[in-house]
Every structure is written in structure tokens, then in C-alpha cells.
Design a protein around this ligand. Structure first.
Ligand code: TRP
Length: 332
């Protein structure tokens, strides 16, 4: 049986956090055997906000290094750069003509971002979900691992695909969201009721994948808990402690009951230091590989060139079909 196709991507802004790792990359690694996976750096999406051009280039390469350092095997996955596969933007133009202003107007992320960047509400920000739809549909992806904040974008992708299919016959596969087995939604250390975000202003709220052991120990010590001093899982009433338990649970493959037992009668001080060491242990391995790759730009280039090539081959097939269906002249 053919393997199911997975596509996902991360924007090339800012540094990735432990939340990105445990919530996304770590799950992607587990899927590489079972699925045919395409993982891109969404550099074009990054243009919807103003970036320093040199930083964007650097961040793109760093993100590729991080994908691999986190365990994505470039032999098993197609790791590529979005802007290196022109079929995405070509398809996105066509899909723009099958997407309604009203639909895009309902996107909550657009509203949030427009409020945040009130001086730069560009039309790229508005049509962002259409490019995302093209990213997904051009590979006939079956599954798209996304967080809560991207679910609405996946829904509009499905709507656009269904609309196109009903006008021109079966063309696009209708993608489903992929919800990981472990509900890894990692929260901020200072604000444990909202997601750990790479754009958080407070550096103490997030753990960066490039943090030193000392940074991590310090951040864990300062992490918000509660006054009960008992390690017990209760997201509602003990969001801080529950979040640390989730982090520890994923890293050590332990369930919440086991962790409660392990720390029974022990205070938060000890608990936090054990969690800190578990994070440090995992990040050390990732950082070593990451630094090696960054020191070897040729190797990094070979990785994305291989992915770019495979992605282009696959994407161009469907683009051709779409162009034909809508009435463009396509040379065979
Ligand atoms: N919009 C996604 C984010 O910011 C990144 C992204 C771009 C993406 N294209 C995608 C994710 C396609 C999944 C599939 O997180």
C-alpha cells in the first residue's frame, strides 16, 4: 500500500522553542517511518511581516539544521525550502481566484495579526491562507500536523479544494488535520494558560532550543507553579505544574500517574530541577548536531537541494493538471 502523504511547515521567524519541539518536531520524527513526509521552511509566509533580509536567510538555514538535528532524517523525509518550489506560488494564484474575500475575512489569525501589525496590513497577510492551501494541496497531502492556531487555515484549505473539485472534477485530495497521539500543547513557563510562543516578549516564558543548561535551570526555577507544593496533574487548577509534568512526561515517556508517584511527598524545588535536567539532556544532543550542521554549509545545502528537487518534481505534476483544467495552455 502507498504511504500516506504528510505536509507541514514552520515559518522562518525567531528561534524555535521547546514548545515547537515537543509539540511538532518531536512528533514529526515519529512519523517518518510510516508516512511519506514533506517538511518545508515557509520562508514566503515569513514575508508577510517585515524582516531583515540577512536574518531571514540565516533563519531559513538554521531551521533546516534544526529539523535535521531534532531527528528528521533527510533520507526519509523531503526537507525543502518553500520559495525553491515555484509551483506553490503558481498554484496559489489560481486558488486566489477560487477563494472569497468573505472567507478570508473570517480568519481569526488575520484579525489578530492585523491588530498586531496595524501599520502593515498587507494583502499577503490577507491571502496567507491561500498560499498555505497551495502548500498542502500541491502534494496531495492526506494529513497535515498543525496546532490549534492553524486549524481554521486547514478548514479553508478543504473548502477551497472541495470547491475546485466540484467545478473541475476530482483534482485535489481533501486533507485532514493530524492530531498527535500525545496532546503536546506546551504552555508558557510564566503564563501557563497560554501556549509557549516563540514570539513571547518575556524570555523567561519560553525555553529556546539553543538555550544553555544554565538558562534552562534558571527558567525552570522561576517557572510559575502554585502554593500547594504537591506534584499533581490538574490542568485547570494547577496549570504551571501540569505543564512541567507534560514536558517531563514526553521527554521521559512517562504518564502522569507515574510522575505523581515519582514525586510523591517531594516539593517543587526537586521536581523542577529534575525536569530541568531532563530538558538539558535532550537539548544537548540536538544542539551538538545543530552546531555541526551550521558549521558545514555544504552539507546543509545538499540536504535542501535534494528535498527541493523531489518537491519540485511532485508539485509540478499537479500544477500542470490544474493549469489545464482552468484553461491555460500547457505544453506537454
Ligand atoms: N502557517 C503555518 C504557521 O505559521 C506555517 C505553514 C505554512 C504551514 N504553510 C503550511 C503549516 C502548510 C502546515 C501546512 O505555523
Amino acid at each position: 500500500m502507498e504511504k500516506k502523504i504528510i505536509l507541514s511547515g514552520i515559518q522562518a521567524t525567531g528561534e524555535l522553542t521547546l514548545g515547537n519541539y515537543l509539540g511538532s518536531l518531536n512528533n514529526w520524527v515519529k512519523m517518518q517511518e510510516e508516512y511519506d513526509c514533506y517538511y518545508m521552511i515557509a520562508d514566503l509566509h515569513t514575508l508577510t511581516i517585515r524582516n531583515n533580509p540577512e536574518d531571514l536567510r540565516k533563519n531559513t538555514l538554521k531551521l533546516i539544521a534544526l529539523y535535521v538535528a531534532c531527528g528528521l532524517d533527510p533520507e526519509k523525509n523531503t526537507i525543502f525550502i518553500q520559495s525553491h518550489v515555484p509551483a506553490h506560488t503558481r498554484l496559489s494564484w489560481v486558488l486566489n481566484c477560487y477563494t472569497y474575500m468573505g472567507e478570508l475575512n473570517r480568519m481569526t489569525q488575520f484579525k489578530d495579526k492585523a491588530a498586531k501589525h496595524a501599520d502593515n496590513i498587507n494583502s499577503g497577510l490577507f491571502t496567507y491562507p491561500v498560499l498555505m492551501a497551495a502548500d498542502i494541496l500541491i502534494y496531495n497531502a492526506d494529513l497535515v500536523p498543525v496546532g490549534d492556531d492553524q486549524k481554521q487555515h486547514l478548514e479553508i484549505t478543504r473548502d477551497i479544494a472541495e470547491r475546485f473539485n466540484s467545478l473541475y472534477g476530482e483534482t485535489f485530495k481533501i486533507p485532514e488535520p493530524y492530531i498527535g497521539k500525545v496532546g503536546a500543547r506546551i504552555m508558557g513557563l510564566q503564563n501557563p494558560t497560554s501556549k509557549m510562543s516563540k514570539s513571547a516578549q518575556d524570555p523567561m516564558d519560553k525555553i529556546l532550543l539553543t538555550d544553555t543548561p544554565d538558562d534552562i535551570r534558571k527558567k525552570l526555577k522561576k517557572a510559575v507553579t502554585d502554593s500547594e507544593n504537591s506534584v499533581r496533574f490538574d490542568r485547570e487548577n494547577k496549570p504551571g505544574v501540569s505543564n512541567l509534568m507534560s514536558i517531563y512526561g514526553i521527554l521521559k515517556n512517562k504518564d502522569m500517574k507515574e510522575i505523581e508517584k515519582e514525586f510523591e511527598g517531594k516539593g517543587y524545588g526537586l521536581f523542577k530541577s529534575v525536569v530541568a535536567e531532563a530538558i538539558i539532556e535532550r537539548l544537548e544532543v540536538i544542539q551538538k548536531k545543530y552546531n555541526e550542521l551550521l558549521e558545514n554549509p555544504e552539507k546543509l545545502k545538499a540536504i535542501y537541494e535534494k528535498g527541493d528537487k523531489k518537491a519540485n518534481e511532485k508539485a509540478n505534476q499537479l500544477l500542470k493538471e490544474v493549469y489545464k483544467k482552468v484553461g491555460l495552455i500547457v505544453e506537454e
